[in-house]
Every structure is written in C-alpha cells, then in structure tokens.
Design a protein around this ligand. Structure first.
Ligand SMILES: Nc1nc2c(c(=O)[nH]1)N[C@H]1C(S)=C(S)[C@@H](COP(=O)(O)OP(=O)(O)OC[C@H]3O[C@@H](n4cnc5c(=O)[nH]c(N)nc54)[C@H](O)[C@@H]3O)O[C@H]1N2
Ligand SMILES: Nc1nc2c(c(=O)[nH]1)N[C@H]1C(S)=C(S)[C@@H](COP(=O)(O)OP(=O)(O)OC[C@H]3O[C@@H](n4cnc5c(=O)[nH]c(N)nc54)[C@H](O)[C@@H]3O)O[C@H]1N2
Ligand SMILES: [Mo]
Length: 780
C-alpha cells in the first residue's frame, strides 16, 4: 500500500517531476523500451494522434513534444498486460464488481469478444459473427428503433464516427448521447446562435500574437500540458495571462518546460499567470459582467475602448447590453463573483489595454446550470473590442477528448440539423429519422423509465462518467442488452444489462490492416485541424477488430438486407469512407488529398472570417442577468427557511493529475500535494473550524436537492486548502453519486458537476462503516 500524505507542492508544473512520472508510467506498464519508441511516433506526420487531449500540436509535424499526461495515455494503451478469457474465467462478475475502477483497467488490454453468461455469472468468449448476430437480433426485434441508445466517447475517429452515425440513422434513430453532452455541449449551444459556429475560432498561430490570454475554469497543467508551452512562450514575450479559478492551480502559476535544457539544468521555471483571480465557484458570469460594465464605463468617460466599427457593422443587441451593464449593481457583482470591484476593474483594464485577446475556457465554465449564458457573456466581452475574426484574438473553448470535436462534425449529435439529414439521405439513399434523439441525461432517464432497452457504447465508461451513479446503474441493469466497444475492462462492463457483450477494439497506437493494407484514420483537434493518425504497434491481440470494422460488420448484420450502403466494401480501404464524408460535408472537399499533406488541413470556420451564420446574419450581443436562483442559492434558501444554520457548500468535482476521466492511472495529485489517496475534500481552513472539525478529519457528503432522493458519498478526508469559503472540491468519478440527474445546464443538458449543493457531516463510522469501501469498489 502506497503511503498516504498531504504535502504542499512548491515546485513548478512540468520539470523533473514530470520526467520522473513518465519513467514510472512506462515501467509500470512493463514497456520501457517499446514505450520510448512508441512515444517518438506520437503526433508525428506519419505516426498516430496522441490519444490524450484535443490540444493541437505545432503543424502536427514538430519533433516530439514532451507531455507527461500524453505519455500516460499512450502507456496505458500500449501496456504489455492482457485481460484475456483466463481473467474472466477466474472471476464471476459479482467478484469483479468488488474491485476498484483502478484495478479493472489495470488488468490490461482486452483480447477477445466476450458475452455474459447468466448461468455462471461470468463473461465467456464469443465469435465476432455470433456477437453481431446477437446485437442484430435485439435491434431488429425492438418494436421501435427509438428504444435503442447509441453512446459515443470522444476517442472514436472520424471514420468510425461517420459510419456509426450512418448505421444508427439507417437503423432508424437519432439517440446519440455522447461525452460531449457532459463536457463542452454548452460551448456549442452558446456560440452557435451568437456567432454562427459552435467551435473556437483561434489557431495556435493566434497564441503567438495575442497580447492577453484569459483562462476561465481550466487546469491545463494537468489536462492540456502542451498548452503550458504556448502560455510560457506568450508570457516570455510579454503577453498578459489572466486566470480565473477558485483553486490556485500550480500549472497556472509556474511551469518548467522539460523541452528547455536551460530551465531543466538550472531548476528554474517561468511564471505563467500575470494575474490570478480566485473567484467563487459559479461566479464567472458575474465577474465577466463586471468586466464588461467597467469597459462600458470607461467608454462613457471617453476612453474609446470599444471597437465601434465592429459593433456597428457586425453585431446586433449592443444597445440593450450596454443599458443593462450601466444599470447593474456592483454590490451584486461582488457578492456573486466573490471578487472585489477593484479586482474586477483591474482584470478589465488588462483586457482594455490589450490589442488582441484570446479567451480560453474549460469545464469550470461548462458544468454549471447557467453555463450557456456565461459562455455568451464571454463572447460578448470579446466582441466589445472586436476580438473575433482577426489575428491573435477570439474564443477558445479547450476540448477534452482527442476527437470529441470531430465526432460532432461527423454527425454524432442527438439534434441533427435538417440540412445535414437531407444530404445524408440523398448520398446514401434512405430517409433519416427526423425526430431529435436523447442526450446523455435523457438516455438515462429513458432507460430508467423502461423506454430505452438496448444500450450500445462506442468507447467510454458510461456507468462511471455519468451523474447520479446508482440511478445510472439501475438504468443500465434494466436494459435487455448492453454492448461496449472498448480497449480495457471498466465499470460499464460490470454494470450490465440482462444480456451483455464486451467487444475489444484496436487502439490508436496500433497498426490497422484491412483488405487494401494498413489504414490511417483522421481526427480533428480543438482548433479544427484535421489530420491523419496511423498506428505503429502490433495489435494487442489477433482477435481485435478496428472500430470502423466493428461498426460496418454490425451494420451489415443488422440492416444489410435493406441498406444500400456497401458496408463491407467501405472498410476495405478507409479512403472510401473519406470519399463518402466528402460527399456529405462541403468542408471536406478533396478530403483524401488534403489529409495526405503532413499536418493535414484546417476546417473552414466562418466566424473567424467574420461571416455570421446566424438567423440575423450578424453576431449577437446577448444580455443575461446574474443568476440568483442556482441550485446552491436554492439549497441555502431551503436550509434558511427551515431555520437551520447548516452550511451549504458548493462542491466542484474535478480531475487529479493521475487520471484520464474515469481511468485512474495512480493515486497521486502531485501539483495539489495529494499522495496515495483520492477520497479527499479540499476546503478552506476557516470552514473546517466553523464545522467544529480538524484538518484530516473524515466526513460524509450529502447533496441538498429537492426530489426527495438521498444522495451521499461517504468517507472523505478534509484537506485545508486555498479555496474560497463556502466552496469545496473533490475528485470525479468518486463524487458522481452526488450529482442529481435532474440538475443540468439550461439549454444544453450538461450535468452540473461543478456546482453541487452539499452539506458535510462527520463521517458516521458506526452507521455504515463499510460504505466508503463499498463505494470505492463500485458496489451500491
Ligand atoms: N491528464 C488528463 N487530461 C485530460 C483529461 C483527464 O482526465 N486527464 N480529461 C480530458 C477531458 S474529456 C476534458 S473535458 C478536459 C478537462 O480539462 P479541464 O477543463 O481543465 O477540467 P477539470 O479538471 O474538471 O478542471 C476544471 C478547472 O476549473 C476550475 N473550476 C471549477 N469550478 C469553477 C468555476 O465555477 N469557475 C472557474 N473559473 N473555475 C472553476 C477547477 O478548479 C479546475 O481548475 O481535459 C482533457 N484532458
Ligand atoms: N462529476 C463529474 N463527471 C464528469 C466530469 C466531471 O468533470 N465531473 N467530466 C465529464 C467529461 S468532460 C467527460 S468527456 C466524460 C467522459 O466520459 P467517457 O468518455 O465515457 O469516459 P472515459 O473515462 O474517457 O472513457 C474511458 C474508457 O474508454 C475506453 N477506451 C479508451 N480508448 C479507447 C479507444 O480507442 N476505443 C474505444 N472504443 N474505447 C476506448 C476504455 O475502455 C476506458 O475505460 O465524463 C464526464 N463526467
Ligand atoms: Mo470532456
């Protein structure tokens, strides 16, 4: 058992600590040598796209850019360990259910398709064709195709995603919940009506030109380490970097670039943020509104800080916004943001003094009830000074999964635009379903109500990533069939339907040979760059199929008798799939030629050309009030009205440095000083005192929600931390049982995993001593 300790981290992000951690990652997966070779091919023109995050890399052709968490992601896939039929023979599913999420994935790569055998409560091998026949039988006997649910996680390639959405639509439904629904959905929902595109408008080149880069609710030191290289360069040439985050994240403070020999040799590092604002959780809308109020006030004083030409030529709604800003109360803005008027004005001055500004944001912005409004306020702020559609400026939602943006481009969307469906139907000769489908939360609700009966997942870990864990488990267990296309064993395979399949697939680092020879797939990064990715390692097992092959063979088995699509012909050579993608999407003209160029190509982004695909053909200023009825406001009111003095905290759930979403690589969170453990709650020392407790005491966390259902997560250690009073932080997925299914972002449906109203009570060891352990092991 690893030693558990809490120890303040004083070094910079990156540096030697990162190099040590990489060596450990490779050793742990028994692949030190092969691993080093594999890494040299990451993000190279003839190599594979890093399965880590969606941050772009310079020309996709630079020498290997060192990234600690990229290494961990690659090492996890290239591991020498195998979870073959022997493993499943050794354990019943009831026994596997007692193991932790960490243990499940740590068994290594899956090697054979497996089917659940109820008689022995074990997974047993099944032939691929029998697996497809089983799924086809279920799908074809459902009275209504809308009773099937097709989930996607953001690692699926463009080719896999395109075939998948085509198959599902030819089958007859738009039920496409995807990880995006839990992630950057609000970014698209906010920006589309406002500027006509749902994606960021900037490129890496813009990062070289920006005078100011604002980072809202994002932790790049852990989640997008290569972004720190850009920020460091920007800082060195004098750009201002302004962070808004309730936590003081080490990666936003100091960074030692492992690429920089001098910094490494002299143990020096570069400051990242020039300004750091520790606002309250959920306080961003108020903070941004305050910044805009300051801009308008300066303009009214004659400072000429607005870009009046841009506003007049390109936008609507300015007068209304300006009037609302002038009337806004500083007291309210201070109260709700947790920042002082002086701080907000200072941040706004940095903005006014910059010629070119980029605004970045992550999950700290999107996973709130009012996230769509907050994102529209961020875009308003940019537009006040014309910071969109010109060099060095623009919005930059920083995506998570390496192809989550591409999957949506390919049509993984439960609300498909009519024009897209028209085209898809024309190209493939069928009538696509027109009704919107279910997103992630709606799918869980539908399965709970018995309306969703077959659950199919292309990647991901639905049972662990989604809110209201035990409700989700109930939903999955009620299904007639659950199917997972996957690389490793995870919770979603253990929490299964009456019948269940595990279908193991190739990972991105592996060579994919089809009839026409080795194949590459394409992906789109967070800045709309599309490039090819070709694996270099031999497959983890001879019995694996590629994701496109699994989808095509399943389609042939299910709808082959009525579909005009030549499913098996398409997967002989993936350039045929790309030709079909080109036929459906104008932006992919000459796809095969353009993607053959090293580095690939950038998809057109109309907003970055100041062409506005909105209803009014202009960009819109949208006015929003500061929300005062969020779940936390309501919970505090509820407690007050009952005459209680219990403190309601706002819990944000976040990632440690040693995890990739639900994949736990290890139990350390180096930059936050947590070692050997994950069940911790970061909390202000004054709040600990007020609770009458001590640093290191154990507490249980309970959600305050109005649906009568009890939600709790037990046995977390209090860790005194630099975080605003009233806010606390803990890791996902351990805290997912606390997120109510019915608490979602307005107009986006994203679970509000960054603002859960909770109370803390001393851990009731006597009441249910085993609860925490059971929760860790995933037993309800
Ligand atoms: N190594 C690694 N890389 C990853 C992932 C991973 O798990 N591990 N996950 C990938 C995925 S899918 C995604 S979406 C991204 C996620 O990357 P991030 O967007 O960085 O997501 P989180 O780790 O959840 O952290 C969000 C940050 O928001 C802050 N925050 C929380 N609430 C608020 C708030 O109300 N306001 C503000 N201003 N800040 C707030 C938190 O303190 C934290 O620093 O990373 C991707 N890359
Ligand atoms: N409380 C809380 N909940 C959250 C979040 C949060 O911040 N707080 N974040 C949300 C976010 S941003 C996201 S994106 C979701 C993530 O939700 P998901 O995308 O569903 O989850 P992951 O953990 O990324 O999925 C990991 C699994 O993917 C499989 N896998 C890995 N590589 C491949 C591959 O190449 N092909 C296939 N087929 N499978 C593969 C492996 O089996 C692994 O177990 O979670 C969301 N949930
Ligand atoms: Mo994500």
């Amino acid at each position: 058992m690893q030693e558990q300790k809490i120890e303040l981290y004083k070094g910079p992000a990156g540096g030697w600590g990162a190099l040590r951690s990489v060596t450990n990652a490779l050793l742990k997966q028994d692949i030190a040598l092969k691993g080093a070779k594999t890494l040299l091919s990451a993000n190279q023109p003839d190599g594979f796209d890093c399965p880590g995050c969606a941050w772009p890399d310079r020309n996709h052709a630079s020498t290997f850019e060192f990234c600690e968490n990229g290494v961990k992601a690659v090492a996890a896939e290239a591991t020498a360990r195998r979870a073959g039929p022997e493993l499943f023979d050794r354990y019943t599913v009831a026994e596997l259910a007692k193991q932790s999420d960490f243990w499940l994935e740590d068994q290594g790569r899956l090697t054979h398709p497996m089917v659940y055998d109820a008689a022995s409560d074990k997974y047993v091998p099944i032939a691929w064709d029998d697996a497809f026949a089983l799924i086809a039988r279920h799908l074809n006997t459902l009275p209504d195709p809308n009773q099937a649910v097709f989930y996607t996680s953001g690692r699926a390639s463009n080719e896999a995603a395109f075939l998948y959405q085509l198959f599902v639509r030819e089958y007859g439904t738009n039920n496409f919940p995807d990880c995006s629904n839990m992630c950057h959905e609000p970014s698209g929902s906010g920006m589309r009506p406002q500027i006509g595109v749902g994606k960021g408008t900037v490129t890496l080149h813009d990062f070289e030109l920006a005078d100011a880069i604002f980072i809202f609710g994002q932790n790049p030191g852990t989640n997008h380490p290569r972004m720190l290289g850009e920020l460091r360069q920007a800082h060195k040439r004098g750009a201002k970097i302004v962070s808004f985050n309730p936590l003081r994240e080490r990666g936003l403070e100091r960074f030692a670039d492992p690429q920089d020999k001098l910094e490494m040799a002299t143990l020096s590092s570069t400051e990242i943020s020039t300004h750091y604002y520790q606002l309250r959780v959920g306080g961003d809308l108020a903070a941004v509104k305050g910044m805009m109020k300051h801009v308008i006030e300066r303009e009214d004083r004659g400072d000429q800080v607005l870009d009046l030409g841009f506003i007049a030529e390109h936008t609507t709604g300015f007068a209304e916004l300006a009037a609302d800003l002038r009337a806004e109360s500083w007291t309210l803005l201070e109260e709700e943001s947790g920042l002082s008027e002086a701080q907000i004005r200072a941040a706004a001055d940095v903005y006014c003094n910059a010629e070119r500004t980029i605004l970045c944001w992550g999950m700290g912005i999107t996973q709130h009830r009012d996230s769509v409004a907050t994102i529209q306020m961020l875009v308003n702020l940019l537009m006040l000074r014309g910071n969109i559609g010109r060099p060095g400026a623009g919005p930059c939602p920083v995506r998570g999964h390496s192809n989550v943006q591409g999957d949506r481009t390919m049509g993984i969307w439960e609300k498909p635009p009519a024009a897209f469906l028209d085209r898809l139907g024309e190209v493939f000769g069928f009538a696509p379903p027109r009704e919107n489908g279910w997103d992630t939360v709606e799918s869980i609700q539908a399965m709970l109500e018995g309306k969703g009966k077959v659950f199919f997942a292309l990647g991901g870990n639905f049972a662990a990533a989604t809110p209201d864990t035990y409700e989700t488990w109930k939903a999955l267990r009620q299904c007639d069939l659950t199917v997972h296309v996957t690389t490793k064993l995870n919770r979603s395979h253990i929490v299964h339907g009456r019948e269940a399949l595990i279908l193991p697939c190739l990972g991105r680092t592996e060579i994919d040979v089809q009839a026409a020879g080795p194949q590459g797939v394409t992906v789109e990064d967070s800045m709309s760059m599309v490039h090819i990715s070709s694996g270099i390692n031999p497959p983890a097992s001879e019995d694996l199929l590629s994701e496109p092959a699994i989808v095509a063979r399943l389609a042939a088995a299910t709808i082959g008798h009525r579909s005009k699509t030549p499913w098996l012909w398409l997967i002989e050579d993936y350039s045929r799939i790309r030709d079909k993608i080109e036929a459906v999407f104008d932006d992919f003209k000459d796809f095969n030629q353009r993607v053959a160029v090293p580095g690939g190509f950038r998809l057109r982004n109309t907003a970055s050309e100041r062409e506005w695909n909105t209803a009014s053909k202009k960009a819109g200023f949208f006015t929003h009030a500061v929300p005062r009825d969020t779940p936390s406001h309501k919970a505090r009111e509820q407690v007050r009205s009952r005459g209680l003095d219990t403190t309601v905290f706002t819990l944000l759930t976040t990632r440690s440095h040693d995890q990739y979403n639900t994949t736990i690589y290890g139990h350390d969170d180096r930059y936050r000083g947590v070692f050997g453990q994950r069940r911790v709650v970061f909390i202000n020392a004054a709040d600990i005192k007020q609770l009458g407790l001590k640093d290191g005491d154990w507490v249980d966390i309970k959600t305050v929600w109005d649906d009568g259902q009890q939600r709790r997560a037990d046995k977390f250690k209090l860790v005194a931390y630099n975080i605003p009073r009233g806010d606390i932080a803990a890791y996902y997925p351990e805290t997912n049982p606390l997120v109510p299914l019915s608490s979602v972002a307005l107009n986006a449906g994203t679970p509000t995993s960054k603002s859960i109203p909770v109370v803390l009570v001393p851990h009731a060891a006597d009441v249910d001593a085993g609860a925490a352990l059971k929760a860790d092991a995933g037993v309800a």
